[in-house]
Every structure is written in structure tokens, then in C-alpha cells.
Write a protein that binds this ligand. Structure first.
Ligand code: DGL
Length: 269
């Protein structure tokens, strides 16, 4: 049994920048926690790979994170990685693991017309995990699912340089479909889409509520830290790592935007 230090970091992992808004949610509420973030750019996009490939990739990344940063907790801040790999990761580590899955439950329970939309990666949309979420929590809803692979790479590669018009354009297909289907809730089932929530809000109009899982996941993280007696009292530092550099140095800018120091490429990946 390893004795966990409370000031050890909470590790977040995603295929790119998608998990940063989740880290920010926790950072704003727990100022003494320390964070390490890994953008697994080398293997981006997860959403176009097979489940077996993703499990292998995520386990490798978690192994490097564990060896390099000794985290006290891991947040898989990626829906695609969670729906494919959560069980395998939990079985491989001796610290708590929190995952991120599409917020179908709150969307279904608050939908007035019982018509909801879900935007996610191809792997999440095609997978059985989402299907089970729908069967369990939205059996009375019509669920319109959109695999928005183009939107994922746009956010990862072009978000900083893109104009509002380009951002509008990239969400157009999904917006048209959701509007045509008269959904009143849209679930952002890929963490990358949070960067476009304002644009989506503008395009979908006020009658449609956009729902992501930051509140639910953030509260779960705090709950686990409290329950396991793992809350930190000592602020050290927050570091952003990647498995490969991003074009145009955008990772440095994202790290700065979320108040993390830039650690560059993590060894062993
Ligand atoms: N951010 C990830 C998610 O929440 C997926 C991005 C990717 O396809 O790599 O599903």
C-alpha cells in the first residue's frame, strides 16, 4: 500500500486541449490543489480509432503520467477515452479515477419536449456506452446523435486563429440538424466542444439549452477527494505536458490561458 501525499497532483488527460475547462472548474474551487495535465497530441484524434487502440493508448499515457508525476487522482477528461477505457484504467492504477461521459441524464430529465441532441466523436456516438446511457436515462426521449469529427479537429488545430465566422461555419451542420429536429437540449459529448459553446448558443438560440458535464464531474472530483481524505493544503504548481508539440505553439498559449506552466513533451510517451 503506497501512502498518497495530499499535495500530489490531480492528473487530467485528454487527446488534446479538451480537458482544460474541466481542470479549470476544479482549480477555481480548490485553490490548494496541484494539477498536471497531459494532452496526448501524438495520438489525436482518439475518436477515429478503434476501442482496442484507444485502451492501449490511454493505458500507455496513464503509465507515463504515473511514473512522471505520482498523481493522487486521475481524471480522464475525455468522453471517448472514458467510454472505451475507464474499467481498464481503474484496474491498472491504485488511485481514484474519475471519468467524463455525455450528460444524457440531466438533458433527458430537464427536456420539456423529450427531444435531445448529442454531439460527440465517432467512437462515442457508435459505441455501446452511449447507447446504454440513452436506454437507462432517456428511454422516453428522441435522441438525435451527431458524430462531429470535423469540429473536434477544428478546435484542436485552428481554434486560436479562427474567426467567429469560421467557428459559426464549423458548427453549421450540427446546428441545422438539431434545429430541424426541434431538440430543446444539446449535450456536448466531447470535451473539445466546450470551446464552441458560446457560438453554439448563438446559433441554436435561447430556446435550446447546451449541456456539458463540468458541474457533475467537478462535484464528483471534490466528493472523492473529501471521501478519500485527499484534499491538499499546499499549493505548488500546475503543469501542462503533451506527448507531441502542437503546430504554431498553441499549447503554450492554452497552458497560459488556463494558468498552467508549460512542461513540453512528457518523457516516455
Ligand atoms: N476530447 C475528446 C472527447 O471528449 C475526443 C477528442 C478526440 O477525438 O481525440 O471525446
Amino acid at each position: 500500500m503506497i501512502l498518497m501525499s495530499n499535495s500530489a497532483p490531480i492528473a487530467f488527460i485528454d487527446s488534446g486541449i479538451g480537458g482544460l475547462p474541466y481542470l479549470q472548474w476544479v482549480k477555481e474551487r480548490l485553490p490548494f490543489e496541484n494539477f498536471v495535465y497531459l494532452a496526448d497530441r501524438k495520438n489525436f484524434p482518439y475518436g477515429e480509432k478503434s476501442s482496442d487502440e484507444i485502451v492501449e493508448i490511454v493505458l500507455r499515457a496513464v503509465k507515463s503520467l504515473r511514473a512522471g508525476s505520482y498523481p493522487k487522482m486521475l481524471v480522464i477528461a475525455c468522453n471517448t477515452a472514458t467510454v472505451t477505457s475507464l474499467d481498464a484504467v481503474r484496474a491498472a492504477v491504485d488511485f481514484p479515477v474519475v471519468g467524463v461521459v455525455p450528460a444524457v441524464k440531466p438533458a433527458a430529465s430537464s427536456s420539456r419536449n423529450k427531444r435531445i441532441g448529442v454531439m460527440a466523436t465517432k467512437r462515442t456516438i457508435d459505441g455501446s456506452y452511449l447507447q446504454r446511457l440513452i436506454e437507462n436515462f432517456a428511454p422516453d426521449c428522441h435522441v438525435e446523435k451527431v458524430a462531429a469529427s470535423g469540429v473536434v479537429s477544428f478546435v484542436e488545430n485552428d481554434f486560436f486563429m479562427a474567426s467567429d465566422d469560421q467557428k459559426m461555419e464549423i458548427v453549421e451542420n450540427a446546428v441545422d440538424l438539431f434545429s430541424g429536429e426541434k431538440v430543446d437540449k444539446v449535450v456536448l459529448g466531447c470535451t473539445h466542444f466546450i470551446y464552441l459553446d458560446e457560438i453554439l448558443r448563438k446559433r441554436l438560440g435561447e430556446a435550446v439549452e447546451i449541456i456539458d458535464s463540468r458541474d457533475g464531474v467537478g462535484r464528483q472530483i471534490i466528493h472523492v477527494l473529501e471521501k478519500e481524505n485527499l484534499l491538499s493544503r499546499e499549493k505548488r504548481e500546475d503543469i501542462f505536458y503533451c506527448s507531441a508539440e502542437s503546430p504554431g505553439d498553441s499549447y503554450r498559449q492554452f497552458a497560459a490561458m488556463f494558468g498552467l506552466s508549460y512542461g513540453g513533451v512528457m518523457e516516455g510517451l
